[in-house]
Design a protein around this ligand. Sequence first.
Ligand code: DAK
Length: 258
Amino acid sequence: MKFENLLIKTENNITTISINRPKKLNALNIKTFEEIANAVKLNVLNENTKCIIITGVGDKAFIAGADIKEFLDYNASDAYDFSENGNKFLFELIENSTKPIIAMINGYALGGGLELAMACHIRVASDDSRMGLPEVSLGIIPGFGGTKRLPLLIGKGRAMEMIITGRMINAEEAKSFGLINYVVKKEKLTDFCNSLANKIILNSPNAIKHAINSLNSNYKEGFSNFSDEILNFSKCFDSDDFKEGTSAFLEKRKPNFK
Ligand code: DAK
């Protein structure tokens, strides 16, 4: 299958999926959402792939969020559908993948980008990475599991602060919060992730599959209900704040919320 916005390579049973929109800091447009889902599905079925690494092309960003230009015209109902489908067809697909997926965070991981990293099984970040859920600065809230997975990883108090301030944290702080597993010097990031993947693939694929399933099932209860996030998220799309927040970003100015 040909991908417009992804680079994919498989070497020694490790498949690296790189989001390739560096000029837009790898922001996720709809095409890219669909392509990542297809690439993950294909590689989960591919016998040559035993572990997947997801990263961003360029040295500035992993993924700087969903593509703000693409959701400018969304109303509450579009946002509801997109959030529900995105959760089901990409974020839960990653989380429940029977093959382990490592997020190799090589710069900004913001909004939907951090949400994607949080759906992965392991997160490794370069020392210059910055992470955050800045949605409230755009007049919306996280819509791909951010209000669910962030408190699970770092606790409610820290998650609440990160989400309502929208502030970015650096890799060391993210590590101290438990948001990421490792911080690595930028130039060592790829080697480090490959050696982590190499350790994983020495183990039984069948046991790994069941371990992922068993660990995830601990949180099924809390996760069976994304519906409140989807509903709250979609409601924001009918607000003036959403129009102001997104226009301000594209016009490169500070928003003026009433
Ligand atoms: N979307 C679209 N373009 C983006 C982008 C994004 N998220 N992030 C960066 N870019 C573009 C910039 O517009 C700029 O494009 P040009 O002006 O050159 O054409 C280019 O990438 C380089 O960015 P900057 O010039 O801004 O680079 P700086 O180094 O100055 O700043 C930055 C880097 C990461 C601090 C800054 O780019 C930034 O604040 N980016 C936006 C971060 C952000 O707010 N991300 C979105 C979070 S909200 C949905 C479900 C979920 C979501 C949305 C909808 N539905 C169900 C409908 C999720 C939303 C989010 O992810």
